[in-house]
Design a protein around this ligand. Structure first.
Ligand code: FMN
Length: 442
């Protein structure tokens, strides 16, 4: 009789186990043992020509609820800061190091992106997107760009993140997704709780644009510089092939100089006719800029002397002389009237290379130098805001390196050791800071 009772108990227990274990397991996985890290599928090969993706760069702030597929996210993160076939990254080191840390937030968790594993590593479970989205640009994914403060100071961190943000914007657009660079002080990612050696700079919402892209190809190019041509290299190939050059020599053609300068800070050959903004028909630039201030002035140094690049005299005229607005002026898709104006007739390349402690760059036929004009940065000219302008300079530099790649040229990003002396060499006012030196050659 006793045996029978025990058997009965065993049967009841087994039945309970059969029904309860499967329901208990998921609870244990997601709450007890945590969400698993997420391997990403291989990135897609995107065949959009580099110049087309540069022309299509623009900010998107409104998104649908449609999710971003794992394949698209994989492609964007690889472009951002992925590992390439030769085990180097899709962006250049700044001062010999990479300091970037990328956070990816979706409805399940906040992850960090591990480029070596091409995987998302769980940082915190749960939906933390609203905590860091102080601008309320709601999107299926929020990407946080941070840097490791033990590896780089703020301006170097900004320079590296500028390259990464540029890749995210190019690739998102090429996949018909959208994003916008946003930056706050204190960093919007702070509520997520970063490790003590990390600092946040940028948040980029990512999703499908609410209003589709609508570009009209209208170059309207009026210039002594040759009109921009398409290369034959795709965005993916340019990211895979970009190199930090060591040897710079030869001569550059006017076409090559025009391509490089345009990529640095020029205007798109397309007019944006989408309904992203209240006033349509806008011509965007090749890089974004906080508040649309565009406070960098691009200088060019060659054997013949120093030149200032004017991306479009019409917009400069509107900003500087009419004082109309504080925001981007090119709401009407103005024609591009672009040129270079000589400011000095002296070969400065050797002196600059000495000041950078890099004598090998003196033979480069061209240096491009993005100079920050603090007066044009208006209220964002404090020491703590400078990192945003270094972000912009990093975006400029990255465009130049990609454009050099597709035209089979060699280029490199150098953080000048002594920017004050470079400023005096170029005879610039005290409010100007040479941010980076970009030697370019064959
Ligand atoms: C460092 C940086 C910070 C920015 N911060 C914001 C921001 O906080 N909010 C926003 O809506 N746009 C922000 N932007 C985007 C600019 O407003 C935008 O690039 C500029 O208006 C030009 O428009 P476009 O990118 O569509 O050509 C930022 C851009 C940069 C480079």
């Amino acid at each position: 009789m006793r045996v029978k009772k025990r058997e009965k108990k065993l049967v009841i227990l087994s039945i309970l186990c059969i029904f309860l274990i499967p329901t208990a397991l998921p609870a244990l996985t997601s709450e007890g043992y945590g969400l698993p890290d997420k391997d990403l599928p291989p990135p897609m090969d995107v065949d959009m020509i580099l110049e087309t993706s540069i022309c299509r760069r623009m900010s998107i702030r409104e998104f649908t609820n449609e999710p971003v597929s794992d394949e698209m996210l994989s492609t964007i993160l690889w472009a951002a800061f992925g590992l390439r076939n030769d085990d180097t990254y899709t962006v250049s080191e700044i001062n010999g190091t990479h300091a970037a840390v990328i956070y990816v937030l979706n409805e399940e968790a906040a992850y960090t992106y591990d480029p070596k594993k091409h995987a998302l590593i769980v940082y915190k479970e749960g939906d933390h997107r609203a905590d860091i989205n102080i601008l309320q640009y709601e999107a299926p994914i929020q990407i946080g760009l941070c840097w490791d403060t033990s590896k780089a100071e703020a301006n170097q961190g900004g320079t590296e993140l500028g390259q990464i943000g540029q890749n995210i914007q190019f690739m998102a657009n090429a996949l018909d997704l959208g994003t916008v660079v946003t930056g706050q002080i204190p960093p919007a990612i702070k509520p997520l709780g970063l490790p003590s050696n990390q600092e946040g700079l940028i948040i980029m919402p990512l999703g499908h644009p609410k209003n589709p892209y609508d570009f009209k190809e209208k170059p309207m190019w009026i210039s002594s510089l040759p009109k921009i041509k398409d290369s034959s290299m795709s965005l993916s190939k340019a990211l895979e092939n970009r190199e930090d050059g060591d040897v710079f020599q030869g001569e550059l053609s006017q076409q090559e100089i025009s391509q490089l300068l345009w990529s640095s800070y020029g205007y798109s050959l397309y007019i944006d006719a989408s309904e992203q903004e209240p006033i349509h028909l806008r011509r965007h630039r090749t890089v974004p800029s906080a508040h649309g201030y565009y406070p960098l002035v691009i200088y060019v140094v060659t054997e013949e002397g120093v030149y200032r690049y004017y991306p479009n005299i019409l917009t400069d005229f509107l900003v500087n002389f009419l004082h109309i607005i504080n925001a981007p002026v090119d709401y009407f898709g103005l024609p591009i009237i672009t040129f270079m104006k000589q400011t000095l007739q002296q070969d400065m390349r050797n002196s600059i290379s000495q000041l950078c402690d890099q004598p090998n760059i003196a033979s480069a036929p061209l240096f491009i130098i993005p100079v920050l004009d603090l007066e044009m940065a208006k209220e964002l000219s404090s020491e703590s805001a400078k990192r945003f302008w270094y972000y912009e300079a990093g975006a400029v530099a990255h465009n130049v390196l990609l454009e050099a790649t597709v035209w089979d040229l060699s280029a490199k990003i150098i953080s000048p050791v002594d920017s004050t002396t470079i400023r005096s060499l170029l005879q610039l006012p005290d409010s100007n800071i040479p941010t980076l030196i970009l030697p370019i050659g064959e």
